[in-house]
Design a protein around this ligand. Sequence first.
Ligand code: NDP
Length: 449
Amino acid sequence: MSELNPKLHDIYDEVLRRNPGEAEFHQAVFEVLSSLGPVVTKHPEYVNSAVIRRMCEPERQIIFRVPWLDDNGDVQINRGFRVEFNSALGPYKGGLRFHPSVYLGIVKFLGFEQIFKNSLTGLPIGGGKGGSDFDPKGRSDNEIMRFCQSFMTELYRHLGEYTDVPAGDIGVGGREIGYLFGQYKRITNRYESGVLTGKGLSWGGSQVRTEATGYGAVYFADEILKTTKDSFEGKRAVVSGSGNVAIYAIEKIHQLGGTVVAASDSSGYIVDEKGIDLELLKEIKEVKRERIEAYAKARGGATQFVSDGSIWDVPCQIAIPSATQNELDGDHAAALARNGCKIVAEGANMPCTPDAVKLFSEAGVTVAPGKAANAGGVATSGLEMQQNASRDSWSFEYTEQRLAAIMQSIHHRCLVTADEYGAPGNYVLGANIAGFIQVADAMTALGLI
Ligand code: NDP
């Protein structure tokens, strides 16, 4: 507790007491609270009006049974979640995660982060998150469809374009959003495009949504480089994961003249000194849905697949962790710093442990926190909602310009706020404070909510 301002101890104690066993949620709350010391010193009213306490308690938490039939005709049962965390700025907005590790603590951590991330985008969207402990790996298309239909059969009653607007996350991409939207449309008899984002381009989706999170994280890193008149040109990078965020982070780094030499999945990582062949990686991951070892086999040459060990041992100047929470710990951070890494932009949510963040700070490595660096995904979801509301669709170029402008603006807000609160260059503090103040002020304006 030593890093918390004494005015915030009780709030954190209450979170621990109310949410036992939810380690990831505790970690996410602690991370935000530990940035708010200078804010509550300057503005004690945020503590006195209990706005911070209220922000730590979700507005609504929904847990439900998801029964479905597998291809053998056997009944399977999963658990579904939606945590509607904060709607002070707009309808709840945040993705759905399908992964066996999902439980209430993961959904709450993600929902809590989402409040501040969505605030940073400057768009009128509140924070929420959902998902299920369903494991899509090895399931047929039909099984995925039946699961999604059953999931939506309960969830639909809580959604609406002005109420709660989910999108994808780990294990939920365009295919799943399609099945979910189809079931929503069927039950409600409404073609309500604005109820889900990440839709297909031919039925209400937005250009650049698929690319947005990865592209956005790289734009953010590029803004950091620009502060020292540097660029991606000639830089060596490592991107963990090989899913939606990772693939498009790699694509944008290559477009900007950098080289990504390593990527991973939960079975291991590949090292390709010539630079990842993105078309091959997309084919293996997006089309064939194979394990990453298949990349090394197909690429041949000196490309290596490593099943034990850490991708963070691969030397690089820029690291973009884009797989999952707490994937990069203190030891990994030490290895990265020792090997000359200068910038870590979090493509995933909370991929760096608190130890890692501390070590980076001591070693002079700049950390762009996920709630700022990966906000491009939800920002483009916000742009998808705008297009749906006006029955319009924008070009790829125009949408990408909007995304780039939003990422620049988030970067600027983080920097200016960090300066204002006496921590120049500290993007973690800048993002937490800037995101917090906007939501706190909106909650205050709306009365006791
Ligand atoms: P995907 O499901 O498309 O890809 C996830 C990737 O991470 C896969 O390569 C997966 O490997 C790997 N991975 C997942 N869990 C683990 C683990 N425990 N250990 C090692 N590797 C793992 O998800 P996304 O790319 O959409 O999401 C990645 C991260 O980015 C998440 O933290 C998500 O919350 C965050 N994010 C996503 C956004 C989006 O728009 N999609 C927006 C903002 C943040 P495997 O297939 O083997 O499991």
